[in-house]
Design a protein around this ligand. Structure first.
Ligand code: ATP
Ligand code: MG
Length: 570
């Protein structure tokens, strides 16, 4: 029911499931779930969890993966997030089929379970203030103290809980707590809250409830209600597992899923917390959840990432039990690999420098054949117009070329991709500023297509466009959103935003692209030869004004050489 590109190698979770199948645990069923809280957009970390849960279901015969919204906190949740999450999961290539669920659909059942816990003497209404609850909880080194309300009689608890539900009390005046062990070394077991009063409408249940169940209580029961076999979550829930099991054990439910924890994805130069990503959105540090610099699925999509590249990435990073940080360069590598196979090659000049071919006739134009993708002959060829006035990249010319600079320079000959050899015979400058405004060149008609009959070689091939035929475009170049590999590393008194990269976006407005891009539709992806992979922006691009996002660069050996030269002591 889902898409996987190849069989992922095994990992400790897949091993557990294989063993469970072998001993026919759960009657051979494999039911997993992806349980987002709809309080933000999904990020690349969630993609890891999605690929794992949906992937495991797909690999096992009859396997199913549920999409369940863990929507127990109406204060932070919204329909907008629900819609975005559904869209992102689908876009990644996964299908929950009919298995779309909401924890809020279980509110009645969860309430009944809570009543059962009270009747069994395993839950009580506590009327301490939130500050007192905290104080009584103790610390990692000191045990907690019993709440004075811990011994409330069952009848009184039932009555108070019913009145909490009926809306008789204000927020924070009472909570329902599990009665476990205030001296437990595990803080999660020190009589955790399982219901709180929140007099606020819910995006799905409206005004029906003014008490809402807490995450730990809701999650295990939702898993159980749905018949989940393997409840896979991130490591920070390891200490919650005793509570997960405790709730299910008290209630004597039919299905008791196995919680298995794995290491969450951390990426260098990237923040991976919805709360922090929300801060970036709300403070205007980015243009929205889908800003192409965001590590959200919607940001990556708008940036030009493909679903396959993200699935490949998730497969390559694997699933482990120990936390680590993955180099963001690996993610970039994955999209480069996929786009190398898929993207049409085109020519686009980002910072144009005018070139006049002196021996090419004015008003003449010819169409030269260009290969769409050297990796895939099936993608065919296209025509690119050549004429007397062209644009090349400013950085492809140096009046005074340093050693190892092989591109155009006065008196030097280079190849124009799919066209001719040209030679620079003159440089025109602005009289006032000294800025180079035009190169005068000649072309060799014998070199049409890019080779010389006399066998003479050139050391560089440049991309170019015909001035009169090319189209105007805006191009957005992106760098890491943060300057530090670990953006959370900050000086006292600042937060992660102190590490924002002020140059994470560079907008170029007078780029020129080849005319075949006139029909480029939003979201389509290209390789601009020598410049990287680009995607037509889905928000801001239109027929009148093309806007491209650079997804990722191609490797640039020159940048490395230049850097090495710069760093060399004189
Ligand atoms: P965040 O910490 O970004 O706010 P969250 O864990 O609160 O994320 P949920 O909506 O609760 O977000 O997450 C849904 C699922 O995605 C959970 O099972 C969670 O464990 C998983 N998940 C979240 N972040 C990561 C991550 N970085 N790597 C792997 N899985 C993740
Ligand atoms: Mg969460």
């Amino acid at each position: 029911m889902t898409t996987t590109d190849s069989h992922p190698s095994s990992d400790f979770i897949r091993d557990i499931i294989a063993e469970d199948l072998r001993i026919n645990k759960n009657e051979g069923r494999v039911v997993t779930r992806f349980p987002p809280e709809p309080n933000g957009y999904l990020h690349i970390g969630h993609a890891k969890s999605i690929c794992l849960n949906f992937g495991i279901a797909a690999e096992n015969k009859g396997g199913v993966c549920h999409l369940r919204f863990d929507d127990t906190d109406p204060g932070k949740e919204d329909i907008e997030y629900i819609e975005s999450i559904k869209r992102d999961v689908k876009w990644l290539g996964f299908d929950w089929g009919k298995h779309l669920y909401y924890a809020s659909d279980y509110f009645d059942q969860l309430y009944e379970y809570a009543v059962q816990l009270i009747k069994k003497g395993r839950a009580y209404v506590c009327s301490l203030s939130p500050e007192e609850v905290k104080e009584y909880r103790g610390t990692l080194t000191e045990p907690g103290k019993d709440s004075p309300y811990r011994s409330r009689p069952v009848e009184e608890n039932l009555d108070l809980f019913a009145r909490m539900r009926a809306g008789e009390f204000g927020d924070g005046t009472h909570i329902l707590r599990a009665k476990i062990d205030m001296a437990s070394p595990n803080l999660n077991m020190r009589d955790p809250a399982i219901y709180r009063i929140k007099r606020m409408p819910h995006h799905r249940t409206g005004d029906k409830w003014c008490i809402y169940p807490m995450y730990d209580y809701t999650h295990c029961l939702s898993d159980s209600i749905e018949g989940i076999t393997h409840s896979i979550c991130t490591l920070e829930f390891e200490d919650h597992r005793p509570l997960y099991d405790w709730v299910l054990d008290q209630l004597d439910v039919e299905c008791h899923p196995q919680q298995i924890e794995f290491a969450r994805l951390n990426l260098s130069y990237t923040i991976m917390s919805k709360r922090k990503l929300m801060k970036l959105v709300e403070s205007g540090a980015v243009t929205g959840w889908d800003d192409p610099r965001m590590p959200t699925i919607s940001g990556l999509r708008r940036r030009g990432y493909t679903p396959k590249s993200i699935r490949d990435f998730c497969e390559r990073i694997g699933v482990a039990k120990r936390d680590s940080t993955v180099d963001v360069a690996l993610l970039e590598h994955c999209v480069r690999q996929d786009l190398n196979q898929k993207a049409l090659r085109v020519m686009g000049v980002l910072r144009p420098l005018k070139v006049v071919i002196e021996n090419y006739q004015e008003n003449q134009m010819e169409e030269l054949e260009a290969v769409n993708n050297p990796e895939d002959a099936g993608m065919g060829c296209r025509k690119v117009p050549f004429s007397r006035v062209l644009y090349i990249e400013q950085e492809d010319f140096r009046e005074d070329p340093p050693k190892k600079y092989f591109r155009l320079a006065p008196g030097r000959e280079v190849r124009l991709r799919y066209a001719y050899y040209i030679k620079c015979v003159g440089v025109k400058k602005d009289e006032r500023t000294g800025e180079i405004i035009e190169l005068r060149c000649t072309f060799d008609p014998e070199t049409r297509g890019g080779g010389a009959p006399d066998g003479r070689k050139v050391k560089a091939t440049l991309h170019w466009v015909s001035a009169a035929h090319s189209l105007d475009a805006e191009v957005r170049l992106y760098d890491h959103l943060f300057l530090k590999a670990n953006p959370d590393e900050v000086k006292d008194g600042t937060d992660f935003r102190a590490n924002l990269n002020p140059n994470s976006l560079e907008t170029l407005t007078s780029c020129r692209v080849e005319p075949s891009l006139a029909n480029a539709t939003p979201g389509s992806r290209y390789q601009f030869e020598r410049q990287g992979y680009f995607c037509v922006d889905t928000q801001d691009s239109s027929d009148e004004s093309l806007v491209f996002n650079r997804t990722v660069t191609l490797r640039d050996p020159w940048a490395k050489i230049e850097k090495a030269m710069k760093n060399k002591p004189r």
